[in-house]
Design a protein around this ligand. Structure first.
Ligand SMILES: C[S@@+](CC[C@H](N)C(=O)[O-])C[C@H]1O[C@@H](n2cnc3c(N)ncnc32)[C@H](O)[C@@H]1O
Length: 304
């Protein structure tokens, strides 16, 4: 895959534009600005008098996106904030309700690859995994200090790792020898805990689930997503749309259930009975888009 100069290719871009349907003069919140790809395209569709409000917990990505978004000839306001606090951000921006809200969950490709984030076992790097540098606990803190049972629970509950106990045992044995401080050493410990099963070759690296669970735990991804899904629908104007792209089953399930129960009030409709997936052409161009699922919720227009 050729990585674009921005370090991230926006996923389901055309689909987001057609489902969120930003219009000149509208107000849309992009809760996950990242490298600014979705934000820029949305802002340009709201020229000349629209307002794009952008949030991200990663100040490094926000700083990257800011000059890029200056290309849009409409207002753009960026906030270093967690989308769990979207209501506070809108209050600060003095906006009561908006036409569209987008959350493109997970990580931008640069966050996976850049050693300063400490996310990846594809190369050896200091083990960190914080998107927001104001978070105090890194992944290294978790693997070196959590009790064995708690570590196993994190791996099982967040990534359904079926070898969670074995892995937690190996980690606690290894950290007695010396603290685990790099992604490479952690991946080796996990691989040694699971071993190679005979038969078909593994499709994914055995360390993948452990890394996913630790990242979700460090950044409190489930708690933040739940808080966001409980708040965001209330911030839509009648006719407004909430679009969420998720990349893994736990998140997609939360989005699906939250949309369903929000729609039970009779004020909202789920527009996507089945989630929207990338086309084969997009997957061929950007294999990282493969697992993306887009779901959209509509606040019913007045009188309907
Ligand atoms: C998949 S990337 C977004 C890419 C973006 N749509 C683009 O086109 O460049 C996800 C972004 O969401 C941010 N993020 C993750 N969790 C967040 C949260 N709870 N609140 C705000 N931003 C979050 C990450 O730091 C990352 O920059």
């Amino acid at each position: 895959m050729d990585l674009p100069a921005t370090g991230h290719e926006s996923v389901l871009l055309d689909e987001v534009l057609s489902w969120v349907a930003p219009r000149p003069g509208g107000t849309v919140v992009d809760c996950t600005v990242g490298r600014g790809g979705h934000s820029l395209a949305i802002a340009q569709r709201m020229e000349p008098s629209g307002l794009l409000i952008g949030l991200d917990v990663d100040q490094r990505n926000l700083e990257y996106a800011q000059p890029r978004l200056a290309e849009a000839r409409t207002r753009v306001r960026l906030f270093y904030a967690n989308f769990a606090n979207i209501a506070d951000v809108l209050k600060e921006a003095q906006v009561d309700a908006v036409d569209g809200i987008l959350a493109d969950l997970g990580l931008s490709t640069n966050q996976f690859l850049d050693p300063q984030y400490g996310m990846s076992f594809a190369q050896d790097m200091p083990l960190d995994m914080r998107l927001d540098l104001h978070i105090r606990q890194t992944a290294a803190d978790l693997v070196n200090h959590l009790r064995e049972q708690d570590l196993a629970d994190v791996l099982y509950n967040l990534a359904q790792e079926r070898y969670s106990r074995r892995i937690a045992r190996k980690i606690t044995e290894a950290r007695r020898i010396s603290p685990i401080t790099t992604t490479g050493r952690l991946a080796e410990i996990v691989r040694s805990a699971i071993g190679r099963r005979s038969g078909a070759p593994e499709k994914i690296d055995p360390a993948t689930r452990t890394f996913l669970a630790l990242r979700m735990c460090v950044n409190q991804e489930i708690q933040k997503l739940q808080a966001f899904l409980a708040t965001a629908p209330k911030l839509l104007k009648p006719g407004g749309r909430l679009a969420v792209i998720s990349f893994q089953s736990t998140e997609d399930r939360l989005v699906k259930q939250a949309f369903r129960s929000t729609a039970e009030s009779g004020l909202f409709d789920v527009l996507t009975r089945k989630p929207i997936s990338p086309t084969e052409a997009e997957i061929a161009r950007n294999p990282r888009s493969r697992s993306a699922k887009l779901r959209v919720l509509l606040r019913r227009p007045e009188g309907q």
